[in-house]
Design a protein around this ligand. Structure first.
Ligand code: KIV
Ligand code: ZN
Length: 515
């Protein structure tokens, strides 16, 4: 494959994706996703915005160390020397580090946000690229809000940063304003008018405010872009970013049109999607292309008849090609430790001995209640074990009574990190309300419960229940919590504590305004 028919996949799930309200992840969760992104075969992992918080800094450091030379690891910065210094420090563990720096280029960003002239913006961009090049050889420059910028100014800016040493130039449609013909023409103009463009990789970073992020990114590729910035499940600021699974499968299925390949192992797509959804608590809509629950479901009789005769009559993608083969029965109460470990490994889950013991314990309890334990059950159990690893408060006991008539009442016992035990009770409008009130009496952390959802992990009355909730702190930050158990009241308690634990350890972002 020549470099011209290879499109690099730049995954920003851990940076732009984390900007989805409620998608904040801790370092261990980010590491787990990074490992899966390597299995998936992405070329670049944008691991965070190091200056924004100690947590982001730590994540970039640990992901750099973990990934080795399997992928480029990238840290975001503004065109600010201190941002770049901090990113370089965080990236010092990476075998293939990239600094991603940039500045706004639209009139809106220059006049209303940065309050600087075009000349000052160009000077700052050049200085930032040169500063970053002192630390690393691979420097990507983003021209923020390029989708609404004056093309002539954009081209001038890009020419200057290439001369200053940028190796990749990113053309973001930050506000999701572009549409395919216009965005494709913007990239084509760049390829035509910018001196030195043939020496760098042109990247596209499209937001989905008009539902056009995937179409715009593909139009960019048609016009010569060779890197796509995207996220798993299309997560990202506001309406999200280009969904990795969509662009990759579009390029693959329509190679006749695009004539390019990626390095993605498409069979890992479904597993990656499920992992990201499980960690962030952001559910994938059922009709979502490629990874939605209905993406390969045929409902009408005519369609079913066609697919049974020949799959391709109504199905352009073989579900197996994206790893959506459906769950297989894997284990029962009689399966031993070896079988469990083997199955977890087959699912790409590596656990320490201590983590394995905890998963094994939960597995035995579940297998006692359920005859058949599916892959999805195992993934939920592992998620539960990981969530319980760094808790501020742990659920020790729970007792709930409810009925009609009757007064729903809950008593809970929580244990904190120092081993102190707390017991309290409350009544409420229902068992979950009573339970959450009892927990609040102990934890005493102000919040609003804004979402509560229960889902069965697999089919059947004995299925594991998974509860996802969101709480909002008084300063407007959103925290997602998840809990899984065969008893949905226990799952509800675990989910609430998971959200509260996240709230308790969170720090406010340190960068809130543009310089
Ligand atoms: O949308 C955007 O412009 C961005 C940049 C920081 C690359 O996310
Ligand atoms: Zn973005």
């Amino acid at each position: 494959m020549s470099t011209t028919d290879r499109v690099f996949i730049f995954d920003t799930t851990l940076r732009d994706g984390e900007q989805s309200p409620g998608a904040s992840m801790n370092t261990d969760e980010k590491l787990e996703i990074a490992r899966q992104l390597v299995r998936l075969g992405v070329d670049v992992i944008e691991a965070g915005f190091p200056v924004s918080s100690p947590g982001d800094f730590e994540s970039v450091r640990r992901i750099g160390a973990e990934v080795g030379d399997a992928a480029v690891v990238c840290g975001l910065t503004r065109a600010v020397p201190r941002d770049i210094d901090v990113a370089a420090d965080a990236l010092s563990t990476a075998a293939r580090p990239r600094i991603h720096t940039g500045i706004g280029v639209s009139e809106s960003h220059l006049k209303d946000k940065l309050r600087i002239t075009r000349e000052t913006a160009v000077d700052r961009a050049i200085a930032a690229v040169k500063h970053a090049r002192r630390y690393v050889e691979d420097v990507e420059f983003y021209a923020e809000d390029a989708g609404r910028a004056d093309p002539a100014f954009l081209y001038h800016m890009i020419e200057q940063v290439i001369a200053a040493g940028a190796t990749v130039v990113n053309i973001p449609d930050t506000t999701g304003y572009a549409y395919p013909e216009v965005f494709g023409a913007l990239i084509a103009g760049l390829m035509e008018h910018v001196r030195g463009i043939e020496d760098v990789v042109v990247s596209v970073h499209c937001h989905n405010d008009l539902g056009l992020a995937t179409a715009n990114a593909l139009a960019g590729v048609r016009a010569g872009a060779r890197q796509i910035e995207c996220t798993i499940n299309g997560l990202g600021e506001r309406a999200g970013n280009t969904a990795m699974e969509e662009v990759v499968m579009a390029l693959k299925m329509r190679r006749d049109v695009f004539g390019v390949d990626t390095n993605i192992n498409t069979r890992e797509i479904t597993r990656t999607s499920r992992l990201v959804s499980s960690i962030t608590g952001i559910v994938v809509q059922p009709n979502k292309a490629i990874v939605g629950a209905n993406a390969f479901a045929h409902s009408s009789g005519i369609h079913q008849d066609g697919v049974l005769k020949e799959r391709t009559t109504y199905e352009i993608i073989d579900p197996a090609d994206v790893g959506a083969g459906g769950s297989s029965i894997v284990l029962t109460a009689r399966s031993g430790r070896h079988a469990l470990r083997h199955r977890l490994e087959a699912l790409g889950i590596t656990l320490s001995d201590e983590e394995f013991e905890r998963v094994h314990e939960e597995f035995l309890a579940l297998a006692d209640k359920k005859k058949e334990v599916y892959d999805e059950d195992l993934e939920a159990l592992v998620g539960e074990t990981e969530r319980s690893a760094n808790e501020v408060y742990h659920l020790e006991h729970l007792q709930v009574t409810s009925g009609d008539p009757g007064i729903p009442t809950a008593t809970v016992e929580l244990v904190d990190r120092q081993g102190n035990h707390y017991i309290d009770s409350s009544h409420g409008t229902g068992p979950v309300d009573a339970l959450y009130k009892a927990i609040n009496k102990i934890v005493r952390e102000d919040n609003d419960l804004t979402e509560f959802r229960v889902e069965a992990v697999t089919r059947g009355i004995d299925a594991l229940g998974e509860v996802t909730i969101r709480v909002t702190s008084p300063d407007g930050r959103v925290f997602t919590g998840r809990g899984a158990h065969s008893d949905i009241i226990v799952a509800s308690a675990r989910a609430y504590l998971n959200a509260l634990n996240r709230l308790l350890v969170s720090t406010k972002p340190q960068v809130e305004e543009e310089l």
